[in-house]
Design a protein around this ligand. Structure first.
Ligand code: NAP
Ligand code: ZN
Ligand code: ZN
Length: 346
């Protein structure tokens, strides 16, 4: 069925109105009328082909939330009218060792991402959430706790799970000193989760104007990462640092802040390589790691945690036609702290 959307047709042209095809719901599919879609920096990296593997036309958006409008005959967990959400994943092989461990994002046969992934139903590539509707297998559809504001919950589908998952895996909690680098969409959720898990939470920011917000969002301390003296005061003291930065920055300065056996986890994905000085890993023994979103079960666990503890994102609601301007502001680190598109304006 023809579906209205916003797409970009090349790395150098803006997003414009576009019509895409969505499949008719199959037996196990859920059709969702999208109400809100968050704007992730990955959308921008993809739109401008900064990682080098974008197919055009591209419809970005992987923080989708809305109402179920139709369900296939075998769908058991969703009914028409339910609030439902879709994140970065829409399918995987479901049988490989990664899928068996509920790590569909690392499916050995290739996870299918919500956009720019191979579409097994219609051919071509999948299209994301800058669109009025999406049709997804119920196995990849998430339930949204009713007490959460839907617009503020939408970015949990990527910014939320991408920070929740590594903070859980590397044990952020009581008695741990945890750093979050960058106060953008991911970073502000990292601060909220690290604080909610009971860790001593330190925000690293390049923006002096974000110090007060950092504290309000849950940071016990805020460090201006460009200030060598402030950085030196924390040398060798962290159990974990979660780095959400989207552009070139100094990993060595962050490695120097880790304790013995502590880990710097990258979730930010700057397009260019970031040099690492071996000595900063050797002495004392330190680790450098990466993490990618989270599996479907963990995403549901994160949403349920947010429902229970009333955790949502700080957002700026925009119209669909403000998306290109929003990208420019994101590049200037001028987001407080996630743009969310009101899809009714499409
Ligand atoms: P964002 O909202 O634009 O936030 C990025 C923040 O990084 C900025 O607000 C800024 O914070 C800081 N920053 C930007 N340029 C910097 C520089 N040159 N040096 C130091 N700090 C800088 O982006 P986002 O949506 O949170 O995404 C962040 C990154 O994560 C992107 O690369 C995105 O592709 C990636 N990502 C990865 C995953 C995953 O699964 N691993 C999932 C989603 C997104 P301050 O103003 O506080 O310094
Ligand atoms: Zn994302
Ligand atoms: Zn698999």
């Amino acid at each position: 069925m023809p579906t209205r959307a916003y797409a970009t047709h090349s790395a150098t042209t803006p997003l414009v109105p576009f019509s895409i095809e969505r499949r008719e719901p199959q037996a196990r599919d859920v059709e969702i009328q999208i109400q809100y879609c968050g704007v992730c920096h990955s959308d921008l990296h993809y739109a401008r082909n900064e990682w080098g593997f974008t197919s055009y036309p591209l419809v970005p958006g992987h923080e989708m939330l809305g109402r179920v409008t139709r369900v296939g005959k075998d769908v058991t967990r969703f009914a028409v009218g339910d609030l439902a959400a879709v994140g970065c994943l829409v399918d995987s092989c479901r049988t490989c060792p990664s899928c068996a461990q509920h790590l569909e994002q690392f499916c050995l046969n290739g996870p299918v991402f919500s956009y720019n992934g191979p579409d097994a139903h219609l051919g071509g590539m999948t299209f994301g959430g800058y669109s009025e509707k999406v049709v997804v297998d119920e196995a990849f559809t998430l339930r949204v706790p009713k007490n959460l504001d839907p617009a503020r919950a939408a970015p949990l589908l990527c910014a939320g799970i991408t920070t929740y998952s590594p903070l859980r895996k590397w044990g952020a909690g009581q008695g741990k000193k945890v750093g979050i680098v960058g106060l953008g969409g991911l970073g502000h959720m990292g601060v909220k989760f690290a604080h909610a898990f009971g860790a001593h939470t330190v925000l690293f920011t390049t923006s002096e104007s974000k110090i007060a917000d950092g504290r309000r969002l849950g940071a016990d301390e805020v460090v201006i990462s460009k200030d060598a003296e402030q950085m030196a005061a924390h040398a060798g003291s962290f159990d974990m640092i979660l780095d959400t930065v989207s552009a070139d920055h100094d990993l060595n300065a962050l490695l120097g802040l880790l304790k013995l056996d502590a880990t710097l986890v990258l979730v930010g994905a700057p397009p260019d390589p970031q040099p690492v000085r071996a000595l900063n890993l050797l002495l004392p023994r330190r680790q450098l790691a990466g993490s990618l979103i989270g599996g479907i079960a963990e995403t549901q666990e994160m949403l349920d945690f947010c429902g229970k503890h009333d955790v949502v994102c700080d957002i700026e609601l925009i119209r669909m036609d403000q998306i290109n301007e929003a990208y420019e502001r994101m590049l200037k680190s001028d987001v407080k702290y996630r743009f969310v598109i009101d899809i009714s304006t499409l």
